[in-house]
Design a protein around this ligand. Sequence first.
Ligand SMILES: [Zn+2]
Length: 337
Amino acid sequence: MKVLDAARLLGCPVLLLDATGLISFPHRHCPHCLVRRCGKKTVYYHHVLEAKLLGPAGIVISLDTEFIENADVVEAEGRSAEDVKQDCELKAASRMLPRIKEAYPQLRFVVAADNLYCCGRAFALVKELGWGLVVTFKEGRTPALWQEYQALLKERPKEVLRRQWGDGREEEFRWVRQMDYEDSEGREFTLNGLECRERRGKEEQYFAWVSTLPVGIKTVEEIARKGGRYRWKIENEGFNRQKNSGLNLEHVYSSDPEKWKAYYLLLQIAFMLTQLLERGSLLKRLAEETGKKVWELFGSLKNLARRLLESVRYEEWEEGWFGEAEGGRVRISFDTS
Ligand SMILES: [Zn+2]
């Protein structure tokens, strides 16, 4: 219904990739644990990779989930845990992104991700899907590309955009187009680099990204903001809130991995509903109609969640509510300012 379109980047929906730790034990508790040695201790853990669609007003909507776990790991005799080929975030992304492509063949996503994805494997994956990419750029992960970027930057002193803000903030955007990059497997890519330096008094913050999007004076700010900085700001908000706001992401409700996976998925749905209510227009409208402020309606967001739970317990949900006729009448919009 186009309500999320305000967050598009150069016309493309932005897909955030974000992984987090889900659960960890000092002992193996299922055949799929990832294994890591910390000093003398061995940790058995599970991670999850989430693909989230970026919406306006800071909302993030889960599009897909991939659990990062070993398919059928055997800690073979004589081999340490580290030697066993383990699953990892990039492998999980290779399984998940083609699935999203299949579900949304018409959408040309821009994948926004952290520095882990600044590598040939991720570049190739996104290229194959016909999508765009904005990833955090750091020296350590791709030293040759970083050096090329720095050298080319010096040759282009005029490719710069400066913004002065009323609060004393100054932003300086710079960019380099069409850098050639060959990864260790001989795959060749043409990539663009961009950066934003933000100064406020003596304080300075620096951010840089690699992107496949057309970087230039008209686009650099939007790419840095919607693909880079915005992602950086809200990247962990979703998981932080799911861990720390009573949603109990990391709580082990069951020792059965299949059950806490189910809990994890239900939690994503609950989090979407919470965001729709918290940041959407429904409660605002209700408050206006009743002459109250939004927070006066329920007292707090926690109360709101409790009321929702009560309604599930005591009210029968009529079948018609799920139909298009009834559902179509409910429209939620978001503050896009
Ligand atoms: Zn396990």
